[in-house]
Design a binder for this molecule. Sequence first.
Ligand SMILES: [Zn+2]
Length: 276
Amino acid sequence: MPETPCEPRLKAPSGAVYLEPVEPGLTAEGYVQMLDLAKKRGYTFSTFAEVADASKQIFLRHDLDMSLDVGLRLAELEAREKARSTYFVLLTSPLYNPFSASSRQTLRKIRDLGHDVGLHFDPMVHKVEGKSELFASLDQEVNQLSMVLGEPVRFISFHQPSPWVLGEDIVGDNYESVYNSRFISKMRYISDSTGRWRAESIFELLERDSESHIQFLSHPGLWLSGSGKSLNDRIWHLVDEKQRSIPSQFEEAINSAGRGLTLFDPSHISLRTRNS
Ligand SMILES: [Zn+2]
């Protein structure tokens, strides 16, 4: 997500960055404009399995740090605009559970819209300190997500990796990292992390039209979280959305056996006493 950058832990953003205005154009309308610009420049929207040297390709990548639902909203927008991308899912998020029935449905919908789904892996959760530990935890999570999706996960991205994790290419038995050199140094990599562009914006990059292959990491929650000025405002928008979804999550929990129970808002219930 914009607010917790998936960038390597090279330089931690200061707290103040959350109160600064995000860059202009980071809205749903701006995202559509970005897609239009990519189309105008002749880019094909590709998934990571489709790298072709001869083509002009853009690899749209989304790391879902906070919400699967906001990911689905962007997946729908992209499908309407005839764009394809790859959504990377955390198994260890404190904010969503990819194993729940509703999450499985959400992930299926994202796949059915023509997008790919990969694993977003947080090495810190596993307290990984070496390569063998890294691969053991990766294998485990890749297998678990493959079971949820009903097909093999082929690509992974890292959530806030330590620099050593990115020191060399990560290639497992059936998967590889999109931070590997063929996706980073052989392509132009650009990210919207923390709502700030580095050297130039994706709009400027596409306008300049000098790259044959681009990997663009963007965070759906940043582009689809209202019009708040700062990251802080946009996070609060997501917090409000989350809060509104909590009753239905409780209903899902109590209705797992199909008992048809509905949760009522206590402020709208007047209990009758025996004598009334
Ligand atoms: Zn992340």
